[in-house]
Design a protein around this ligand. Sequence first.
Ligand code: GLN
Length: 491
Amino acid sequence: MSNNITKLSLSEASTLLIKKELSSEELCRAYINNINEKENTINAYITLTSEQALEKAKEIDSRRIAGESLSPLAGIPYSLKDNICTKNIPTTCGSKMLKNFVPPYNAEVVDRLNKEEALLIGKTNMDEFAMGSTTENSYFKITKNPRDIERVPGGSSGGSAASVAAEETAFSLGSDTGGSIRQPASFCGVVGMKPTYGSVSRRGLVAFASSLDQIGSITKNVLDSALVLNTIAGHDKGDSTSVDRSYPDYAQGIYQGVKGMRIGLLKELFHDGIESEIKASILKSAKVYEALGAEIVELSLPNLKHALPAYYIISSAEASSNLARFDGIRYGYRTDEYEDIDELYKKSRGEGFGSEVKKRIILGTFVLSSEHYDSYYKRALQVRTLIARDFSSAFKKCDVILSPAAPTTAYKINKKTSNPLKLYMGDIFTAPVNIAGIPALTLPCAIDKNGLPIGMQLIGKAFDENTLYRAGYAFEREIGTFESIKVKGGL
Ligand code: GLN
């Protein structure tokens, strides 16, 4: 069985653990073996905590044997993006600035996973402070896409997506400000979920753009995604933007199918700049839904064209303010030599941050400056309202919106970083979702001519993740996960 253990989904592994047909130690060792074998090539992790995970696995096994009843996630290894704080374990944000930062507390999501006794196996590589789409902006290393190691895994949660796709963990958590969970999940052929803003606590997530950031999951399949969300979603008094409401069982109703569901297909799909294979596969996916009994409704988000400038203005403005705390004094990198306090600030920030982060800070301070505030930041906020309205009117006509996850599949390492505008275009389908604060699920739907995964995105109403899971599950049941799409050679 050992070769197949890492192929098990979270839910399959959980069932076998509960039936005592698999031990947590075996499961953990199988993932550690894969890490030992593949990590030199893939580079998904910045810090490994596999030894601690293994010790905990043994303890969980003995308690299970003694008859203790444990939670569904107990004894299952997971990885965590390195901008989510872990007590006594380095949390670098992929930056020289936080290279030696060891948080004194856990993020709320980590406390929740600890309570369920999931096992942290390592912290994953990412674009510095979550700014980027390729994971090439990490200070530490370049992560490879496990589906083709000459290509990027996407970003900024590229290490998380690669760790799941390479079977170096059972599931992962990432953060998504403008697409950083969904785009890498889609580049790596796995499932990404950005939940509704406010449904998963951000306490202990190092902030990039606080009004857009959201923690979510990267998993092998749709059911696993729902199970992870069951653990991490919920009100947290320690996060003032966390929404105090009752949270559903996200796996409830997942098997119900899509009969009668209205699925909106975006006219914007036919814009230039979107690879033709991607357009074609989204149209085919719509046909799959039609055959399953859903109704396809054509619709448009007229302000979509303004979403990217608005996203880059708002996110950079918030980043410039959030990153002001890294001043070389309280924590983080401090330059060796300085004459006075001004020089200490300048040199610490100048040496500690990489070029993408500096670019965003400069852009952010520019759009917030008194001369330019009205023409950039204020207008971006107005666009934000228009986009939210576009979505509200779209959801009068449909229950979920179907779109590509990204306009391209994974590209070669070093290919896009020289052209930032092209890179920023890659967020066209994902960033509007963060601007509106609504949830979206991405899953593999086809394969391109190079054998790379194509991802589709299902966008839902605020707090309506259950409908996304129902639609995602119905599709996956029909088409399969990326491995079976690959065997079939496409849709
Ligand atoms: N690619 C986007 C950016 O660079 C999204 C990042 C994110 O979601 N964290 O800002």
